[in-house]
Structure formats: C-alpha cells, structure tokens
Design a binder for this molecule. Structure first.
Ligand code: MOS
Length: 700
C-alpha cells in the first residue's frame, strides 16, 4: 500500500448502489429463515384465542403422538427465565418475550405454547390441533381520550413539561385553536417476517436472527436465560425491514428454549397474522392541541396533550406530545403524555414513535392557526422559529428548517398558491396543497468497530451494525473509504454479528451516526499507522475503537434533523376518494453519506406518510379483542397505485462543531407527511380532517 494508491475522490456524498444489492436480487443473500442447519426442528407458536383469562389446561398428549412432533412447550414445562433486569437500552423486558412463565393471558394473541416438529408443516398441523382450555375473564379494550384511568407516563421522555400561565396567555391571544386529533392503531409489517434459529454448540448459544441490533439481542437473551454474554452469539447478516419491530420478541426466546430442551437447532418464525400480536404496533392516540397567538401569528400559548394505550402487562408510551418540545416555543408551553392500560398486546417503537402521530396533530393545528390569523402557513412557522430549545433551553445545532421551507416552497411552486380553500376544480376533482414541518432527534450511542488493513491491500471493517434495508452497510463502506483515503471498492464491511463487539442498534435514527463515529475513529487511526510502502503482515493490522468516552465529552445541544413536507391532493367529493398527486420533502439532515439510499429513506418515510394519512388503521373488535382482518388484505397499506411522484432532496446542513456530521434520516421522512396531506385535503375541500386515516366515508 502506498500513498499514490490513496484516492483523492471523496466517497461520502456520491451515489453508490448497495454493496450487497446483487446478492439480494439474485437470492444469494440469506435471511434468518433461510440459513440451513442440520437436524433443524421447526417451532410453531400457539397464541391465545381469548382476550383475557387463565390457561386451565393444554392437552399436549394427543399432539405429541402426531407425525414428526418433537415437543410441546408451555408454562408447565418451559425453562424458567430471569425477568427482573434493565436491558442495554435502559428498558425492562416486555413480559410478552418471557414466554411460558405463568398461566395468565393478558390479551388476545398471547403466546401459550410452542409445538416443535421435524417439518414446518407438521409443526403447524400439530399447533393448530393443540386444544387449550381457558378460564375466560372480562376484557376491556375501549380506548378513548376521556378515560379517567389515563395517567401521565414517562417512557422514553418525561411525561410532562410546563412553563408559564396557559390560561392567561390563551385569554390574551388574538386567535386560539383548540382541537382534538386522533390517530389509529398502526402496525409495522416488514417484508421479512420475524424469524430466529437457535442452537447450542460446545456450550455456546448461537442465534441466527432478524433483528435491529445483534449485540442488543445478545444482552437480552443473556439476561433472560442467565447466561454469560460472552457465550452467546447472534448473527443477522441481512434483515428485510424492521421499523422498530425487530428487537427481542417471543419467537427468539421460544427458539432458545426449544433448542435448550431438545438439544438440537430450532427455528421459530412468525406468520403474518401472528405479527399483529407479537411484533408490536403503534398505539392509537387522542391528542388535544391548544394554540394561542397574537394577531401577527406569534405563539403566546402552546398546549399539546396526548393519550396513548398500552397493555396491562407492559407499559410502552407513544409520546405524541414530545415533538412540540422541540418545534415551537410560546410564553406558556405545556406538553403531556398520558397512557391507559387495556387488555391489548404490547405497543412498541414504530418509525418515528411519538413524532409521527404528534406531528400530525401539531402541524395540523398550526395550519388551522395560520388560517385563523390569515397568515401563510410557512410564514407562520418561520415567525415562530425558536432561538433555543423550548423545553431544554439548549442551543440548537444548525436547525436549517427555514432553508428547507424556502427551498421547498421554491421547488413546489408555493408562491402561486391561492390560500382560499375549496375553490380549485378539475373535472370531478377538488385540488389543494398543504405543508408541514418535520423533525427527528439526531442522537448517537456508544459503539465499537475494528478496521483491518489486509495483506492484499484491501480493508475490512467489522462492527455489529444492522442493515435493516436502510443501506447502512453501503453507507459504512463509504465512510470507511473516506476515512482511509481509499476507493470504496477496496473496503469490505462486515456487520450483523455480535462477535464484532457492542454497537448501537439500527433504531432511533441513530445507527449510521453512531457506527460511523466508531468506524471513522478506527479507520482514521489505522491510516495514521500505515506508512507508505509498509509491509502488511499476513494477519493484517487491526485498529479498534470505542466511542463511549468521545460521546460523553460532546457538548449538549439540541441536535435534530428537520424537514419541510409538501403535498398536492385531489379529492372527489362524490366518492370521498383522496388521491395524492405529488409530494416534495426537503430535509436538513447533516452530511448525506449516500444520496441514492438516503433518497430512498426519505421517500420511503413520506410514502409511509401517505399510508398513514389515507389507509392504515387496525380496528379491534370489542367483542373478541383482536384486530379485524389481521393480514395484509385487511390492514391496508399504500400500494404502488397510491403513490405518485414523490421527490426528496436536502439543503446544506453542516455543523462545524459536530465530529460526525451525519444525522439521522431513517425516521424524519414520515414526520409531518400525514399533516401535509391533511392540510392539503382542507385546502381542496374546506373541511378539516382531524382523525386518521382520511377514509372516503369520512370525506363524504
Ligand atoms: Mo426505530 S422506531 O427506532 O426502529
């Protein structure tokens, strides 16, 4: 290796197709359910058919006689688990994952048994034949915003923030908006269903899994099964989508239990219907937003309160009111997240948890305030750009929301917009345009990486990152190439293996920022060490990094990604049909590592926003307690025909004080997208839609 071989071309910022793209489209890439194992047993989960109760009996005897059946695990026979711990993400385990520990059934779809057989067909046949007898108890799934048992709850952020005198500022306001907004239960359905294979070998546990963080899953399994984390290895080379749903769930734990009991490898995969109960979901929300402003649109009062729903067995808070803590300041400012416990499965993180439903409410209310003030909605937002964090008081890292709106307005043609609602017709269609702001935190968490200069002149990066379809593997290839000063073709990035050490999960839009920091540190140091013309030994030269200390030394600022969302819709008032005609999102999201995959992240989020605005809604039947039509026929998501021209681009967003420069792009794209569409529907029709989805029957 000589300096002459180093490239002057910067890899970061240039578009690269996915380094594993060919493997994925040719089928060479193996997902968790594809990896072959000798003597593999197949586990099939049996889920409760009652919404609340107690297991009286499980007739495993007859099922054990069925062809190929190897075992039936339930609360009487399964290994005991340790559940009293706080995991790597600072979260206590969801009891749904601690399967088969007691006879209580807290919701429909609770895992009550695992049937293991020699083939998946035998396992399914036996699982469907397993007779489970229940004592049924009354259940309550009736969620609304007025429940007296809803109480403030922290979750990932403090429940309540409060400053100033709301009543006084609202009374002194020239214009007041006071409205309720609702969002439904929504489900994340990654293309690849959850699947895990567990096996023991020489006293070590290996799990091949589909997850958002191999090191995280190791930590949880080690805690649950009281194992030395050093004796557990989790591999997740390719992951077909996650969106917050792929942490530790019932199927991995059941697979480890069965592999332990049977002393052979066991695979457990979730079916699409099972995912409705076991993959987590986004809670419905009821949100009340009160805004008070002077005649010139300056906010005097901002009050955002959100109620969400969780299970009786586990508390997860969908923090809808959190987004107001960052977006807008006011003399009196109150935000509050409450939760009510009902007999439903555990909700969990789902793409932009809190921000997605929260921004629908807040950014719709801003649009209503703009209408009342007679001020352009972009202008209203820019007049209320806060100088420092409204709640934290911290300085902002470059915010650049103004630049997003200015660039977006120019490209969308916003200046030509007639603000009057319900006046544009094209045949049977009413036309309208709308906008909304987006934001999502740009955090980082400690990670480790190793970079090796190989004897053949190539470089290998090892870090326990997860590429859940984001293009993270490719992004890290570019980041490493830049830090090493070599062409990306000379860099191989290996991820998805807990053997590479601890690394942040692909979550909270923090993955690429966190891993890049570790990769940059190790690659930078390696580059220093390599003298021109130096001989590389056969085993290579490896430098390792750990970003824990670096992160602790960073100055605290409000660092977020931002965006301006624009939508044009056509509404047929005779049928209630809403068609999105075009969308534009302009983002300020730090350094864009790979424009090709970054654009996919942004537009993917925006398309999910279309789906959230117009299609997605899981309805629970109050009688049986489960979602109606729990499959992808009954749960509507936007399809290709629903998606028009969606454009995403970004403005320069450089922060000279930030050692990474990269921000999060995985979640900001969905934030505000549904509000932009709802605001466009109002502009088309003159009618406000404060409940999602905007179904035809609601438009009529
Ligand atoms: Mo994300 S909801 O943190 O995968």
């Amino acid at each position: 290796m000589t300096t002459a071989q180093r490239t002057a071309v910067r890899a970061v910022g240039t578009g690269h197709v996915r380094v594993e793209g060919r493997d994925k489209v040719t089928g060479a890439a193996r997902y968790a359910g594809d990896v072959p194992f000798a003597e593999l047993g197949y586990g099939w989960l049996v889920l409760s058919t009652v919404a609340r109760g107690r297991i009286r009996d499980i007739a495993s005897g007859p099922v054990l006689e069925m062809p190929g059946v190897l075992a039936v695990l339930d609360h009487r026979s399964a290994p005991r688990l340790e559940t009293d711990y706080v995991g790597l993400l600072g979260i206590r385990p969801d009891p749904t994952c601690a399967v088969f520990q007691h006879d209580t059934v807290p919701h429909l779809g609770w895992p009550v048994a695992l049937v293991v057989a020699q083939t998946p067909e035998q396992a399914r046949e036996a699982a469907e034949s397993l007779a489970v007898e229940y004592e049924t108890l009354p259940h309550d799934i009736a969620f609304d915003g007025d429940r007296p048992d809803a109480r403030p709850a922290d979750g990932i952020m403090p429940a309540v923030t409060d400053k100033g005198d709301l009543a006084a500022e609202l009374a002194a306001s020239a214009h007041v908006v006071d409205e309720e907004y609702t969002t439904p239960e929504e489900h994340h359905h990654p293309m690849e269903p959850h699947a895990a294979t567990a096996r023991w070998e020489d006293g070590r546990l290996e799990v091949v899994d589909s997850n958002q963080g191999a090191a995280w899953v190791v930590g949880e399994l080690a805690n649950l099964f009281r194992l030395d984390p050093g004796s557990v290895r989790v591999r997740s080379e390719h992951v077909g989508g996650g969106f917050g749903s792929k942490g530790v769930r019932a199927h991995q734990v059941a697979a480890v239990m069965a592999a332990t009991v049977l002393r052979r490898p066991v695979r457990v995969a979730l079916t699409r219907p099972q995912m409705f109960a076991l993959a987590g979901h986004r809670s419905p929300t009821v949100q009340r937003v009160r805004l008070g402003a002077d005649a010139d649109g300056r906010l005097r009062a901002l009050d955002h309160r959100s109620v969400s729903r969780t299970g009786t067995h586990y508390e997860f808070v969908e923090p809808g009111a959190g987004v107001a803590r960052v977006m807008y300041d006011a003399d009196a400012h109150h935000t509050e997240n409450r939760v009510v416990r009902l007999d439903v499965p555990s909700p969990t993180f789902m793409r932009a948890p809190g921000e997605a439903p929260g921004a629908f409410a807040l950014e719709s209310a801003l649009d209503e305030l703009a209408e009342k003030c007679g001020i352009d909605p972009i202008d209203l937002r820019l007049r209320n750009e806060p100088a420092t964090g409204p709640v934290s008081g911290l300085p902002f890292a470059p915010r650049n929301l103004r630049a997003c709106f200015e660039e977006g307005a120019r490209r969308f043609g916003w200046a030509r917009r007639d603000p009057r609602p319900g006046v544009r017709r094209e045949g049977r269609w009413l036309l309208g345009t709308g906008t909304a702001a987006a934001s999502f935190p740009a955090g980082a968490a400690p990670s480790t990486a190793a970079v090796t200069a190989e004897a053949d002149g190539r470089f290998t990066v090892r870090t326990a990152a997860a590429d859940i379809g984001t293009g993270a593997r490719t992004a890290l290839t570019l980041v490493a190439a830049d830090a090493l000063g070599v062409a990306p073709e000379r860099v191989t990035v290996r991820i998805g293996d807990s053997a590479f050490g601890f690394a942040m999960i692909a979550g909270g839009s923090m993955g690429t920022r966190s891993w890049s920091m570790a990769v940059m540190a190790a690659a930078g140091e390696l580059r220093e060490r390599l003298a021109p013309g130096m001989d590389i030994p056969a085993e290579g030269i490896t430098v390792r990094s750990d970003t824990t200390a670096r992160l602790a030394a960073l100055t605290a600022v409000e660092r977020h990604s931002y965006g301006a969302q624009f939508a044009e819709v056509a509404v047929d008032p005779a049928t209630g049909e809403v068609r999105v005609r075009r969308m534009l999102g302009i983002f300020a999201a730090g350094r864009i590592v790979n424009p090709l995959t970054a654009r996919g992240q942004f537009t993917g989020g925006m398309i999910w926003g279309i789906s959230m605005a117009l299609h997605e809604e899981a309805l629970r039947d109050p009688a049986f307690g489960g979602p109606v039509g729990a499959d992808l026929a009954g749960y509507h998501v936007a399809t290709h025909a629903d998606v028009p021209r969606v454009e995403a681009d970004w403005v320069d967003d450089t922060d000279p004080d930030d050692p990474v420069g990269i921000k999060g792009i995985g979640e900001v794209g969905i934030v505000g997208a549904a509000a932009a569409i709802a605001n466009a529907v109002w502009h088309a029709t003159g009618v406000r839609h404060r409940s999602l989805p905007i179904r035809p029957d609601r438009v009529l």
